[in-house]
Write a protein that binds this ligand. Sequence first.
Ligand SMILES: [Zn+2]
Ligand SMILES: [Zn+2]
Length: 239
Amino acid sequence: MIPAKGYAAQSVATDLAPWNFERRELAPHDVLLEIAYCGVCHTDLHSINNDWFPGIYPMVPGHEIVGKITQIGSHVKKFTTGDLAGVGVMVDSCQECDDCQNHQEQFCQVSPVQTYNSMGHDGLPAYGGYANNIVVREEFVHRVSAKLDLAGVAPLLCAGITTYSPLRKWQVGPGHKLAVVGLGGLGHMGVKFGVAFGAEVTVLSTSEAKREAAKALGAHHFVVTKNEDEVAAVKSTFD
Ligand SMILES: [Zn+2]
Ligand SMILES: [Zn+2]
């Protein structure tokens, strides 16, 4: 086994605290990632607190992971040691069922393995990225350019793809009026992508205090949703 240290909740709703644990030895398709940064997603808090379903404890949260590959399994094709790479919300699936074959691994008919709070196909609980390392099948590891700021890359692995995917699917761009509800972890990504794609971006927020942050991210307009007049003024104006 590979020694690891991280931050874990030992039981529901307890504070995170340092915890030593082990990762599995590398299987032929696994890589070992030395973690440089891990973003904080609100899902981490929901999971620790059992907000959605009973959790698996101890729980090491974190699914916005970026770092450097330090070891590769004997059959790994995509990566070599020294590569920068990221890991998002999934770490394994059967790779053989119809859904996996269609690149819909999240619907794997055997069982999709989430990055944490999930049982792995190795029979061990999956532990996430609030740790110094992680072992992951190469199919669930993403290449990261050395030109990028790794701290800025980490949130792309969940908040980023969650907002990027629908904006690209609906081909949001010049001429579109995009409204982003809330300027939190996902909202700030939605604003940055919307602006980068050329849309006219409005942030809808309950808090006047977010106005300057929205402008700094490139938002063109800001509406305080507690103000009924402001909301009425933009009614039915978004695509
Ligand atoms: Zn997340
Ligand atoms: Zn499958």
